[in-house]
Unconditional design. Sequence first.
Lengths: 327, 320, 280
Amino acid sequence: MTRVLDVRDLRVSFPAPDGHRFFPVDGVSFTLDRGETLALVGESGCGKSLTSLALLQLVPPPGRVEPGSAIRLGDTDVLSLRGEALRHIRGRRIGMIFQDPMTSLNPVFTVGDQIAEGVRAHLPVSRAEARERARALLQEVGIPDPTGRLDAYPHQLSGGMRQRVMIAIALAAEPEILVADEPTTALDVTVQAQILEVLDRLRRARGMAVLLITHDLGIVAGRADRVAVMYAGQIVEEAPTPKLFAHPSHPYTQGLFASVPRISGPVTRLTPIGGTVPPPTAWPTGCRFRPRCPQAFEKSQLPPELLPVGPDHRMRCWLAEGKVGRG
Amino acid sequence: MRPWLVRRTLQAALTLVIALILLFLVVHILPGDPLAREGDRALTPQQTEALRARYGLDRPLGSQLLVFLSGIARGDLGVSIQYGRPVTGLLLERLPATLLLGGAVLLLNFTLGVWLGVRQAVRKDSWEDRWITTLSLAGYATPSFWLGIVLAAFVGVRWRLLPAGGMRDPLGTGGALATALDVLRHLILPVVTLSAVSIAATIRYQRSAMLEVLRLPYIVTARAKGLPEARVVWAHAWRSALFPVLTLLGLWLPILVSGSVFVESVFAWPGLGSLAIAAVSGRDYPLLMGAGVLVAGVVVLGTLLSDLAYAVLDPRVRVA
Amino acid sequence: MRIIAEALRTAWGTPRGRAGLMFLGFLVLLALFGPLFLPDPARQFDLDELSTTPPSVEHPFGTDELSRDVLSRVVNGARISLAVAALAVGLSITLGAGVGLVAGYWGGAVDALLMRFVDGALAIPRLFLLMIVLVVPDRVPLLALILLIGTTGWFATSRLVRAEVLRLREETFVRAAEALGASRRRIILRHLLVNAAGPLLVTATLGVGDVILLESGLSFLGLGVQPPTPSWGGMVLDGRAVIEAAPWVSIFPGVAIVLTVLATSLVGDALRDAFDPRGA
């Protein structure tokens, strides 16, 4: 499998009112192979969106990516790029979809213009051809009457259609990687499944790698090849999807699964995870999940590394030291 | 859109009428007799009485007001004391010069001001950002009459780079092009003076409008698409940041009117402003009143146009 | 009052705010105590040698055409300009708050009448209005000038206060407090004071700068502060006749105006940011 993206030790910092910096993304590493889908799962405040923005150097100022972080796209070191070279990555090698299509699309430009613009930014085609490609993309994402819709404005389309347009825009310059930041969160449940279908279909057709960012475990099953769970700026567990669902090992992951209602199985009480998510300005010392962890013990006062729990399965928890060999 | 337009126009008309009544009252209720002197000469009581009768000032206040208002409706603003000619004619005569000055200042403010405001927003918190803010505030703090005097004295007289006053070279001959260039040369100092003291508002407004838009999610999308930065800033962000600044156009007029009074006076620019000054020194209150009426009309019109511009340009309002 | 102190402290924290506050503080001190240390310009007429002299050690700002020390005239002028501005602005704020309160609270016909009046008044540029008003009488004593400037500057403030009152009227916490027995009037007044204090302070600060510009302009036209009372605008006017030979006579008072109004703008801006952190 060709590796298309290699992120190592990514840290993103922001200035705090008292002058110090804090790290909403604190040492995240993952890889992405061609054609696979990696889901980055976590609650709000865990740093997953910032991670995705960092990939395109779109971290909003005064935030910045800390030196020591590495993002490699094939042979290219993304973090060292500036100007034209950086522009070349954005859209052309990595495409991105954002959460709320209503605010992520420019209200004064037509849908067709916004797609064609993305095409022309990277491919040397004429206006007419860009428009034709835009039409083809609209069709590919499943919008009925694509020709008619080219001249529509975003506010004239439904939420689901707008998100499809966003996907079309992201694919306009034919990137190798698609980053989808909570692509279905702002949509109705029925539409969510459709959008995920579209993403899947396009991924297979184009051989893209997909980084799917979400807080919803439900959409991960069956869609992602691998899952990485994030908490407090770090990845706390990662495994191939079936394994994670079968044997969630990190107490946080277990907590997540326990708090999600299931259709099958006995009707039990939902057990929420006690406590609240810590703010990025005040990560707990030692293991960051310790204050809320039902299995915390003395060693939890030391910050744990990512330790193996099984083949391809790691978690950031000292409990792994007792678990190796199982699973 | 139509019913709103009608309502808004009627509102503007009402505002204008109230402004005119106010102007009228202000003059007639104050102590001091506008007609007790003609220029600097004090008049005898009989002369004052004769003048009073001539101007219809011996009639009750109410009927004077009606005469005043109906006169305005007819376009009759009375007769100037010092020039002895109808005020309306005098005003119309001087209007083009002021429009030229005001128009040039507006043009400069809007192009330079918009450009600087956008630059500032894109380079927020940089040296350039801070300095442009401080400089434009210093400009606002500068009295236009003082700046005009200084510029006229140094650039105009001492260094002889540009004409120190007037609209045209009195000795000039030559065809239309030469005259136009001559006027342009004379226009430079007054425009620079008036622009320097008034550009701050445009820069500021554009900067904050741009900053608002640059924060929006669709700008992130535009960047994520790999669009050139210039396109993100001008085609995407500025498109939306322009609207609030365009609406400023109408609100500009009161400032330009006041500013032009000093600038025209200092540079001997033959427009409405210097006419107003002449009216002040000549205690020519019909002329001053007439100018006040014109100015109030211009201000109300400007505000109306500004509201209209906003309604027309915002596509969401259009569709609604 | 705590909010105001808080905001001032925040403003002091920013470099521009601090520069503005320092200059204003310095100016106020200068205006209050300066004339004690400087020669009285009114007594400097040296009838044998009425001439301008360039800036020197003895006369740091030079002398004007009547041999008066420009520096001390500028300092005396500061007294006048600041006093006029402060009093006029105080009057404007009071009137504006009062009218806004009445209009917002009573509503109905009173509100409509007042606001239509305000609309009409705002259509006439303040300078023009004052020019018209000041041209008629023979002499305008300083107090009358202050009153006139003050009564022409309350219109925008009244709108601001009125909007705030209207907003408060609709707040549920007002009704809740009422249900608990508090007087509606007092609740609104108290909350109004708290909420409006900030914007009013900003308006007042910026207003001082505006009035200084306005008054100096009027004085330049001969309509404002009358000689021999020194005023910056009047000094610029005096200096105009000798601008080529003795530019310092006009330049220094002008610079004084620029620095003062710049200081008020910087402080006003800093205060505005302090009250509304969202502002960029």
